[in-house]
Design a binder for this molecule. Structure first.
Ligand SMILES: *[C@@H]1O[C@H](CO)[C@@H](O)[C@H](O)[C@H]1NC(C)=O
Ligand SMILES: *[C@@H]1O[C@H](CO)[C@@H](O)[C@H](O)[C@H]1NC(C)=O
Ligand SMILES: *[C@@H]1O[C@H](CO)[C@@H](O)[C@H](O)[C@H]1NC(C)=O
Ligand SMILES: *[C@@H]1O[C@H](CO)[C@@H](O)[C@H](O)[C@H]1NC(C)=O
Length: 294
């Protein structure tokens, strides 16, 4: 009986581990930064994402009730989200100048932002600031003229031949929406910059399979290749149709936990039997009294 009392808990423990421990919320929560814009999966709130639901690049930081998203090494203001189109509209948030803003940095997306792309309605524009030699026949940005220094802006594909790098202090490339450019870019760039640019999100192959099966994708913080699919009840599968365990790493992990539990149980059993025998021998050999107590 004592043996069973020792043995049963480990059996229950291994059943518990194999069934999946540490259950998490079965659906990701929606959230808002307090300005009325609501975010749902695959967005997630930075510093609140205990369960790692959502796409790695769609983490939202709430700063002064304003939602911010990180692209490359900069934060951008999230102005709108369209869940049915899977698009979001973002803008520079440092710039408070609505008429004649200066692009303080280029917009770059990390390779880790593989779940985000520019929408089809985005055009890249190139700024050349503080040029001391001017190309002929090109309209400068009047409001950015500082003494003899001129600034220029062009659509991608229509930058005139000129030694821009040689004659201008800084070159910055940013995306804007096609439809927000009307007439001359040199006069409408401010409006276009303030409107911002649209991004589209889409899952990668494995995550799409998970979502199609009704699950939610879960990514590892440090390694986005470590992917799993949550189908409720805290269980993690590759997809909710194929309820196999996720990665081979996870399988190996489970297998080794199982083996360890098994070995420990056997070791415990052997130890118990040996100890009991020894006690028996000891008692028989040196203590002829009947076994004590009970
Ligand atoms: C993008 O790269 C920068 C540095 O290159 C890094 O600081 C930042 O965390 C990365 N952003 C994301 C979303 O991975
Ligand atoms: C999302 O985009 C579609 C198509 O452009 C539009 O009909 C719908 O109203 C948009 N939804 C939101 C919440 O903006
Ligand atoms: C916006 O510009 C891009 C790049 O020039 C182009 O491919 C796309 O068709 C344009 N979209 C619209 C709606 O004009
Ligand atoms: C242009 O030059 C002015 C002063 O000469 C400087 O304050 C400003 O930061 C420069 N702008 C850019 C975008 O380099």
């Amino acid at each position: 009986m004592a043996f069973l009392r020792q043995f049963l808990p480990s059996v229950f423990l291994s059943i518990f581990i194999i069934n999946g421990c540490c259950s998490s919320n079965s659906t990701p929560l929606s959230f808002s930064c307090g300005n009325g814009l609501e975010f749902r999966y695959p967005f997630w709130q930075r510093s609140h994402n205990r369960d790692n639901y959502g796409y790695p690049s769609l983490g939202i930081s709430c700063i002064d009730k304003t939602p911010k998203i990180q692209l490359g090494s900069h934060l951008y203001h999230v102005k709108r989200v369209n869940n049915s189109e899977k698009t979001l509209l973002v803008s520079f948030y440092e710039s408070t100048d609505t008429i004649c803003p200066v692009a303080s940095h280029a917009v770059r997306m990390n390779s880790s932002a593989s779940f985000l792309t520019y929408s089809n309605d985005v055009n890249m524009i190139h700024f050349f600031y503080n040029c001391t030699v001017y190309p002929s026949g090109v309209e400068p940005i009047k409001c950015l003229q500082i003494g003899a220094k001129h600034a220029y802006v062009f659509l991608e594909g229509s930058v005139p031949e000129f030694d821009w790098k040689g004659y201008c202090e800084s070159l910055v490339t940013i995306p804007v929406m096609n439809k927000s450019i009307d007439g001359s870019l040199a006069t409408s760039f401010g409006k276009a910059m303030n409107e911002g640019f649209e991004l589209k999100w889409s899952p990668n192959h494995d995550c799409r399979l998970c979502e199609v099966s009704g699950g939610f994708c879960i990514f590892d913080d440090n390694n986005i290749q470590k992917f799993s699919c949550s189908c409720g009840q805290g269980r993690r599968y590759a997809s909710c149709h194929n309820q196999g365990l996720v990665t081979s790493e996870f399988k190996i992990g489970l297998l080794s936990i199982g083996l360890i539990v098994c070995c420990l149980t056997i070791a415990g059993l052997v130890f118990y039997i040996v100890k009991k025998r020894r006690n028996g021998i000891y008692k028989k050999g040196f203590n002829p009294l009947p076994s004590s107590g009970r």
